[in-house]
Design a protein around this ligand. Structure first.
Ligand SMILES: C[S@@+](CC[C@H](N)C(=O)[O-])C[C@H]1O[C@@H](n2cnc3c(N)ncnc32)[C@H](O)[C@@H]1O
Length: 216
């Protein structure tokens, strides 16, 4: 990684992945890196997709669009690879052929001085349950700071949307404050979104997630 940044994520590796998952990382992942996108089209990005439940929903919901997921946690990446791979045909399941994966910090593909830069604009950008980094001394690790929001804004199509969801209400308010240093506008706070793994962990649903949709 050539870009020196404050790290916004926790671990890159959890428990050891299976041999089959490692095979998918070594053989399938290189084929679906964003640099292999050849088509023009409509692009959607999900940042920090975790195990990829919502990303797969996006792929099904928008079969004609290209869905790019960024996630540095390799156990999440390998879990998504397992769920889009059909072992019987030894190919990606047809309904997930529109998925591309960036297995690292999303800022690497968003910075225009990076070799991995995504050279196109995005119609939708999702950030669902970003790490809240609740301790004051970790606040600098929060991904959705104004610099990052400005970076997302520059990658957004004219009528594009940034969709943010979190059940950490203090972080939500912090993001609203960060918006003051951007030109992004609030389009809506009323979003009906499928439950991600992180959200499902909050079984009693004691804290309702809050959403915000932003546009340029
Ligand atoms: C709390 S988890 C939520 C995962 C998933 N969105 C969900 O709701 O289940 C936050 C995720 O964001 C990822 N993340 C943090 N910083 C990131 C970055 N700079 N680029 C891409 N992903 C990042 C983390 O690795 C982690 O998997």
């Amino acid at each position: 990684m050539e870009i020196q940044e404050i790290r916004t994520f926790g671990r890159r590796h959890g428990k050891k992945i299976s041999n089959h998952q490692q095979w998918l990382v070594d053989n399938v992942l290189p084929v679906i890196l964003p640099k292999n996108i050849k088509k023009a089209g409509d692009f959607i990005l999900e940042i920090g997709f975790g195990n990829g439940e919502h990303l797969r929903e996006l792929a099904l919901q928008y079969p004609d669009k290209i869905i790019i997921g960024a996630e540095p946690f390799m156990n999440g990446v390998s879990s998504l690879l397992s769920s889009i791979w059909d072992e019987s045909t030894k190919a990606i399941k047809p309904e997930y052929k529109n998925i591309y994966i960036w297995p690292d910090d999303v800022r690497i593909i968003l910075k225009n001085d990076s070799a991995e830069f995504l050279p196109f604009k995005l119609s939708q950008i999702y950030v669902l349950h970003p790490d809240p980094w609740p301790k004051a001394r970790h606040e600098k690790r929060r991904l959705l700071n104004s610099d990052f929001l400005n970076m997302l804004s520059s990658k957004l199509e004219n009528n594009g949307s940034i969709i943010i969801g979190t059940d950490h209400h203090e972080y939500y308010d912090w993001v609203l404050n960060q918006l003051k240093n951007t030109s992004l506008k609030i389009k809506s706070t009323d979003v009906d979104i499928i439950k991600t793994r992180y959200q499902k962990k909050n079984k009693a649903n004691t804290v309702a997630p809050k959403y915000i949709i932003l546009s340029n």
